[in-house]
Design a protein around this ligand. Structure first.
Ligand code: PLP
Length: 404
């Protein structure tokens, strides 16, 4: 499959008001109309190109949405103030009270908490399954199921969803396949594999500078218009609106995403191989030992690699904490949640980003105490970084150099 998402972003050309090389930022919450009739038509959704009020849409948000839709190969996109703002709006738009969702059991903790604890308040129930097992997914589908939800590369276990198989199941049962592609921008294009809606937390790789939260829903024009509908659109009525200044700065960062992803992937592959050779239980989709390696290979847009996320297991939470604190002290990265930064970030997901998931369920899905999730940074010399990490591992006693 030759899909070149970075070229599609590059081909978009925007100019500022006075010929600036970046589009002008729309610094207004409301917009004037030359005629009252056009204002009425805009409320009715019939005045293309007119702006009404910035919770509905704004030029800066539309520019960013257009670029992200180009990247994901969808007709349209709606940006949101956060990834959760995108996820919750999309799911509440697709489901009514009495509906049911089949969701991957390994998803971001906030998504899990929303579906498990919050959505039931509105009569939306969810069954969590291992989406790498299509039989379990199919068996979980009920008469009232509306959505299959998964992450292409799951947080934090890095399981790979076979989007082609999930899309086949969703088509047979007339469901929508909604895919969170936060961990694999550019590398995987879910729409080309049969997804209906693609979501990102822009907070991560896409923005890449850990200075803001943001999100996006990519889909058909019809679905994106539904989200923005003034009468019953979840994005319009719940109000998770991105500020124009942020939209403008994320658009500028998007221009370098392809270069960053290649470097994240290169560095992560190097470290994953080394950690595996050192005897750590290492999970990285680029390793042949990863159960989803072949699936990722089949789905990927090759030149961007297998992404910047990897996990290792160092045996216990105490050891994981000791190692992360020492690596931070040596300036090898930050002990922080989130991902996609120029600097390596590490955290123990069981006690941080996945702490919403009950301990028994964490165990069942293979989320162990000693697991460290790394978002590998853009280090110039990754071999040097590895040597310094190795020293830390030896010092805290999780690596015996004599055995290596
Ligand atoms: N999806 C994934 C895979 C995530 O990792 C996160 C956050 O960590 C989110 C969604 C939520 O995004 P945000 O924090 O921008 O609301």
């Amino acid at each position: 499959m030759k899909y070149k998402p970075a070229d599609r972003i590059q081909d978009l050309q925007y100019f500022g008001e006075f010929g600036g090389v970046n589009p002008s930022i729309s610094d207004s919450s409301t917009y004037t109309f030359l005629s009252a009739k056009t204002m009425f038509d805009t409320f009715e959704g019939n005045a293309e190109g007119c702006y009404l009020y910035s919770r509905h849409s704004s030029p800066s948000n539309l520019y960013l949405g257009e670029a992200l839709a180009a990247m994901e190969g969808t007709e349209a996109a709606n940006v949101a103030a956060s990834g959760m703002g995108a996820i919750t709006a999309a799911l509440l738009q697709l489901c009514n009270a009495g509906d049911h969702i089949v969701c991957s059991r390994t998803v971001y903790g906030g998504t899990y908490a929303f579906l498990k604890n919050f959505a039931p308040k509105f009569g939306i129930e969810t069954t969590f399954v291992d989406v790498t097992n299509p039989e379990l997914v199919e068996a979980a589908v009920q008469k009232n199921t509306k959505v299959i939800y998964c992450e292409s590369v799951s947080n934090p276990l890095l399981e790979i969803a076979d989007l082609e198989i999930l899309s086949r199941i969703s088509k047979v049962h007339d469901l929508k396949l909604v895919v969170d592609n936060t961990f694999s921008p550019l590398s995987i294009t879910p729409i080309k594999l049969g997804a209906d809606v693609v979501i990102h937390s822009l907070t991560k790789f896409i923005n890449g500078s850990s200075d803001t939260v943001g999100g996006v829903v990519c889909g058909t024009k019809e679905f994106i218009n539904d989200l923005r509908n003034v009468n019953d659109g979840a994005a319009m009525l719940l109000g998770p609106t991105m500020d124009s200044f942020r939209a403008a700065s994320i658009l500028k960062n998007l221009r370098t995403l392809h270069i960053r992803m290649k470097q994240h992937s290169h560095n992560a592959m190097y470290l994953a191989k080394k950690f595996q050779e050192d005897g750590f239980k290492t999970v990285y989709p680029g390793l042949k030992s990863h159960s989803g390696h072949e699936t990722f290979r089949r789905m990927m847009n090759e030149s961007y690699g297998f992404g910047g996320m990897l996990t290792i297991d160092v045996g216990s939470l105490d050891k994981a904490n000791e190692l992360m604190e020492l690596m931070q002290e040596r300036n090898l990265g930050y002990l922080a949640v989130s991902l996609g930064f120029y600097k390596t970030l590490f955290s123990a997901p069981g006690t941080s980003t996945s702490s919403e998931i009950p301990i028994e369920e964490q165990k069942e899905m293979g989320l162990s105490d000693g697991l460290i999730r790394f978002s590998i940074g853009l280090d110039n010399d990754i071999a040097r970084t590895y040597e310094m990490m190795k020293e830390c591992m030896v010092k805290v006693g999780v690596l015996n150099t004599e055995l290596v």
